[in-house]
Design a protein around this ligand. Structure first.
Ligand code: GLP
Length: 237
């Protein structure tokens, strides 16, 4: 695991954007894996800026997102589909974008189809990840066992509480989601894990112990041969 420590969130976002830029320069038809949450917003802003300034081109690249709430209408303001459209897809020129379909009538069939689509695209070249306060990756919550394929998962109380800040008071908040499992994440040729803010320092510390804490999903990344953790000083604690 490579670790890059940045002075600020803005720095972290620029370093992450540099990595995406290098990936696309080396392979314009790259398959990018994207995450949601507040962490990658700086990266997405930076990518949009670089595209606008003619410094990066996504026209041959495609993307897959880690997860989507289920059930969830695509045009719901809190859907990950809407989040990605607002914060990135509408601002750059990706050849195609995919997320698990929160409107699918048959979630299991949708999960299997999503894995097939990623495989057919040749797998993910560069996967962007954030980390939940409890160490979750995508929506792979701490558990005794972890799913390899994409699957319908139940969110933990702490994740529902952490994500409640995005929902209006009294608004129904989903308690289940479709998430990529560890097969597609691990098949990614390289992974960047972004961690920022002092609220993530406890979970970052666990990761840096270099032990596979099985109740911290992010620790499984220690087994992947090409992971770069990019974090700001606040996350170091
Ligand atoms: C959600 C997403 C994760 C993300 C996490 C952290 O639960 N499913 O992919 O990493 O939130 O979010 P934030 O970056 O806002 O802390």
């Amino acid at each position: 695991m490579n670790t890059l420590i940045c002075d600020s969130y803005e720095d972290m976002s620029r370093v992450a954007a540099d990595m995406v830029g290098e990936q696309l320069a080396g392979k314009p038809g790259s398959v990018l894996g994207f995450a949601t949450g507040s962490t990658p917003l700086g990266l997405y802003g930076e990518l949009a800026r670089r595209y606008r300034d003619g410094k990066i081109d996504f026209s041959k690249a495609r993307s897959f997102n880690l997860d989507e709430y289920y059930p969830m209408k695509k045009d719901h303001p809190q859907s990950y589909s809407h989040f990605m459209e607002e914060n990135l897809f509408s601002k750059i020129n990706l050849a195609s974008t995919d997320l698990p379909d929160g409107e699918a009538a048959d979630p299991e069939a949708e999960c299997a189809a999503y894995d097939r689509k990623i495989e057919a695209a040749g797998g993910i070249d560069l996967q962007v990840l954030g980390i939940g306060l409890n160490g979750h990756i995508g929506f792979n919550e701490p558990s005794k066992s972890y799913s390899m394929p994409t699957y319908l998962t139940k969110l933990t109380k702490s994740t529902i509480a952490a994500n409640s800040r995005f929902f209006a008071e009294g608004e129904a908040q989903p308690t289940t989601a479709l998430t990529m499992g560890f097969a597609a994440i691990f098949a990614a040729r390289s992974i960047m894990l972004l961690i920022n803010g002092s609220n993530k320092s406890a979970i970052a510390k666990k990761l840096f112990e270099g032990k596979i804490h099985t109740d911290v999903p992010a620790c499984l990344l220690l087994l992947h041969p090409d992971v770069t953790v990019i974090l700001d000083r606040d996350a170091l604690g």
